[in-house]
Structure formats: C-alpha cells, structure tokens
Design a protein around this ligand. Structure first.
Ligand code: SF4
Ligand code: SF4
Length: 161
C-alpha cells in the first residue's frame, strides 16, 4: 500500500509534512513519493484535515469479467450518450442566449459524465485493463479519418506497457 494525495482537496503545507517519518509527503511535485512511503504506515492519512490522502494498493486484483450481453448493452448505452452529447454540443455552438448556452453546457457535461461511467464500468477507463489496450489497438488497425492522433495512441499504448 502507498499513500496518494488528492491535490484538489489538499489545502497545502500542513500536517502530513510534519507527521511523515520518511519525508515522503514533502515533494516538489505535490505527489507523495511512493519510494519513501512505508507500507504499514498511515500517519498522513490520519493527520490530514482535508481527507486528501488515501492509501491505495500497489497491485490491483484482476478485473471481474463481464458477460458479452452486458458489454453489448453498455456499448449501446455509450453510443446513445455520445450521440446525445454531440447534439448538445451542436446546440451549444449555436446558442443565442446565455440560458441556452448554460443549458447546453450542462447537458453536455452531464452526458459526458454518464459516458465516462459506462466506459469505466466496461473496463475501458482502467488504463491497465486489457479492454483499453484492445480498444487502442483496434483504432490503430482500422482506417481512421484525417487528423487521427496515431502517434499519440501509439505512445499511450507503449506507456501502458
Ligand atoms: S503513509 Fe506514512 S510513510 Fe507514507 S507518506 Fe504517509 S506518513 Fe509518510
Ligand atoms: S495534511 Fe492534507 S491538506 Fe495538509 S498538506 Fe497534507 S495532504 Fe494537504
């Protein structure tokens, strides 16, 4: 287990810096140094007044398999949410008033959150998951429109290992 800090919740420069026995909490980039964090310690987690630090496992268990029918239903749901998001985006681009813009923006964001949830549940949002790698490979193996970021996909695949 290692400690991780949620930067958004951190109010900076307080208790974890003082309680950590190894100095792992005191880094230049705001992240806790995994090489100095002690597996059996949770002093910073208990000390943080903002709930910004958690201990997470170094190795996650394999993902539970999903039935093909479940994956198919999730893909259909995802397709419909993406189509709706594109429609909301088009409305946003043509909005005439502030209230129209606000409404379309809220719709777009809400649909995006649902789509991301579906992707995550399908296993695609876990970078270490096989579905994510298979999806990226399928993008490289099939024809893509002009401007497709092939190099970025290849780099992401390489970094995922
Ligand atoms: S868990 Fe302990 S060793 Fe690890 S960063 Fe927090 S205080 Fe430091
Ligand atoms: S104790 Fe919590 S809020 Fe304070 S610096 Fe550490 S992570 Fe941030």
């Amino acid at each position: 287990m290692i400690a991780v800090r949620n930067i958004r919740l951190c109010t900076k420069d307080c208790l974890c810096l003082f309680v950590c026995p190894t100095g792992a909490t005191n880094t230049d980039n705001g992240q806790i140094d995994p090489d100095r964090c002690l597996a059996a310690c949770r002093a910073c987690v208990d000390a943080c007044p903002s709930g910004a630090i958690s201990k997470v496992p170094l190795n996650y268990p394999p993902q539970q398999p999903k039935l093909p029918g479940t994956l198919q239903a999730m893909n259909q749901l995802l397709d419909s949410r993406l189509a709706q998001e594109r429609a909301a985006d088009a409305m946003l681009a043509q909005a005439q008033t502030a209230i129209q813009r606000q409404f379309a923006q809220a719709m777009k964001m809400s649909l995006r959150v649902v789509a991301e949830d579906v992707l995550r549940e399908s296993g695609y949002m876990l970078p270490q998951g096989q579905p994510a790698r298979a999806f990226l490979n399928s993008l490289l193996d099939s024809p893509q429109p002009a401007g497709f970021p092939r190099e970025a996909v290849e780099r992401l695949l390489a970094l995922l290992g």
